[in-house]
Design a protein around this ligand. Structure first.
Ligand SMILES: [Zn+2]
Length: 361
């Protein structure tokens, strides 16, 4: 039994988010340049292939497979000398990621190219595969943007089986970076919270506010600053609830609960993001009795990590928020947008653009 399936699983909200259930053993402390050579000599190695920003998958009717053999990868034109060793599965078989240069349309009827968001949203693969693809996407994106040295400008080369890049001219060494992003459910402690949306969001998708953590800033201060910038609401106590790998392109999404200490919404004071949506108090039958949405709401409704194709386990923090809002009639938006958390909203149309995540892709 893995750790996330053990007794602590029910209290670990992070394990219920999409991309979080990658089971590969990374062996980071053991990686050397020889690790890649050894992995490529393993007869049972599998390779995840990125082409034009999408992921190649083998299709056989209703069945999909994201892993390719080394021979299949080479036949598709993968440059395995630049492959990234993601880690090892329970049978000690290596999993790698590599790039092929052509578009997915060129590989024939039994191979398709799929977008990682679509893979996660549609639940086309098991959570472990989703997590591996997220790890691969994060690393491939980092390599693509780190081909030249930030000190002397000369080319860098991949090292440590893809977990490091070294300058070919000076002694500069760089490691994969992960940028922290806060996503916060700002609530008033009385059952109401603030959500927003971006124009590119699908219909009826609303999100918690979110934003990058800036240099020299704590997570809690980032929540307070971003909430003030995006909605003009002052925030007091902040609680970190969960985190989620977010490979768009290389973030860690950190979910927080934040208690508003002011009620006036002064939206668009800094960022032009429209008007936030405020959900009313939850009904007496709803678990928790707190603000709706977010990982907290998912937890309150007893969502469990699942090893099957269920949607619950692969919810992103944002999608959990949407689900949390939509699942309760008491939390359904009134199609209005009040200017005060504490006042009954006057009817008005919800704008097409309302505030949301600067950091989200
Ligand atoms: Zn250099």
């Amino acid at each position: 039994m893995s750790e996330i399936e053990g007794p602590n699983a029910l209290s670990e909200v992070s394990a219920r988010t999409g991309f979080s259930r990658n089971t590969l053993r990374r062996d980071g402390e053991l990686r050397t340049d020889e690790s890649l050579t050894a992995a490529l000599a393993h007869g049972e190695a599998s390779v995840y292939l990125s082409a034009g920003g999408k992921w190649l998958v083998k299709t056989d009717g209703a069945h999909l497979a994201a892993g390719f053999t080394l021979a299949e990868a080479e036949a598709l034109g993968a440059d395995l000398g630049e492959a990234i060793l993601l880690g090892f599965d329970a049978a000690d078989q290596p999993a790698l990621a590599s790039i092929v240069s052509a578009d997915g349309d060129e590989f024939g009827p039994r191979i398709a190219a799929m977008d990682l968001r679509g893979i996660a949203t549609e639940g086309r693969f098991d959570p472990d595969t989703e997590g591996r693809l997220a790890q691969a996407a994060h690393l491939i994106g980092w390599h693509a943007k780190t081909k030249f040295c930030g000190v002397c400008g000369q080319p860098t080369r991949s090292a440590a089986a893809g977990y490091r890049r070294e300058c070919t001219n000076c002694d500069n060494v760089v490691f994969p970076r992960t940028d922290p992003v806060t996503i916060m459910l700002v609530h008033d402690g009385e059952g109401r919270c603030v959500l927003g949306r971006q124009p590119r969001f699908p219909e009826n998708l609303w999100s918690c506010l979110a934003g990058f953590v800036e240099p020299g800033e704590t997570l809690e201060d980032a929540v307070r600053r971003e909430t003030m910038e995006e909605a003009g609401i002052a925030v007091g106590p902040v609680t970190v609830v969960a985190s989620q790998p977010w490979p768009f392109p290389g973030n860690l999404m950190i979910g927080c609960m934040a208690l508003a200490t002011s009620r006036e919404i002064a939206f668009d004071t800094i960022e032009p993001r429209g008007v936030p949506l405020v959900f009313p108090r939850r009904g007496p039958g709803d678990a928790g009795g707190r603000a709706c949405g977010g990982a907290d709401a998912a937890q309150a409704r007893g969502h469990r990590p699942s090893s099957d194709q269920g949607v619950r386990g692969r919810d992103s923090l944002k999608e959990a928020t949407r689900e949390g809002a939509a699942s309760s009639a008491a939390c359904r938006p009134r199609a209005v947008s009040p200017r005060r958390l504490s006042s009954r909203p006057a009817p008005r149309a919800v704008p097409a653009c309302a505030g949301a995540a600067r950091a989200s892709p």
